[in-house]
Design a protein around this ligand. Structure first.
Ligand SMILES: Cc1cn([C@H]2C[C@H](O)[C@@H](COP(=O)(O)OP(=O)(O)OP(=O)(O)O)O2)c(=O)[nH]c1=O
Length: 196
């Protein structure tokens, strides 16, 4: 098994917990909230990294002293537009219409911290959707899957049928780039299964 050291996960995302468990990292949750509003004119890559840093700093403040804390943030980026989680049905449908037949980027940043030592990686993945019919966009929204996901879709769920092409990290699209995460954790002495 992996190290006995628990990673304090500053995330409410069930996906991130599952992804860490997938690579044998034992986690405990630490609750914290940050403002995820983009600043005027903020570039998407800067936004994702800033929010991730804020999350991990809030996590460190909430976790026991000396804990290894992990946080991440995912945004869907279409051109220079940041698509976060859809606030309502209208926004969700608009996001899916905008993604239809086009390529977008999914940017996920992951940060691991211990006290003031904060290390962060940004991973960008290109995803192309096939053209979507209006009826299937509405039907997809009605499944409930898009509501809590950046860009209004889940590649790991029903949304998989929309994906024509992906170049980059699949796990980063789901919420955590696992290769980079394992590397960051190893730097803090938290090895995953391959370091046995
Ligand atoms: C594009 C895409 C996003 N997502 C999810 C990952 C993230 O949970 C979510 C993006 O929102 P985030 O703000 O990154 O994360 P979160 O609010 O769910 O959790 P927390 O901030 O507490 O860590 O979208 C998928 O599950 N599948 C996908 O294909």
């Amino acid at each position: 098994m992996c190290s006995e050291r628990l990673v304090h996960l500053a995330s409410a995302s069930p996906r991130r917990r599952e992804l860490l468990e997938q690579i044998g990292v034992p986690v405990t949750l630490v609750r914290c909230a940050v403002d995820e509003q983009a600043l005027p004119g903020e570039a998407p890559a800067d936004y994702v990294q800033r929010v991730t840093r804020d999350k991990v700093v809030a996590g460190v403040a909430a976790a026991p002293a000396g804990a290894v804390v992990l946080a991440a943030d995912t945004a869907v980026v279409l051109g220079d537009r940041i698509l976060g989680k859809p606030g309502d049905r209208q926004q969700g449908l608009a996001m899916l219409r905008a993604l239809s037949g086009r390529e977008h980027q999914v940017m996920t940043a992951v940060a691991v911290a211990q006290g003031e030592d904060i290390r962060l990686e940004l991973v960008s993945t290109r995803v192309r959707f096939r053209p979507l019919q209006e009826a299937e966009i509405k039907a997809y929204w009605d499944t409930g899957e898009p509501a809590d996901k950046a860009g209004g879709y889940g590649i790991q769920g029903l949304g998989a049928v929309f994906v024509e092409h992906l170049a980059g990290s699949y796990s980063a699209v789901v919420g955590l780039p696992l290769m980079e995460t394992a590397r960051l954790l190893a730097g803090f002495g938290v090895p995953c299964w391959q370091s046995r």
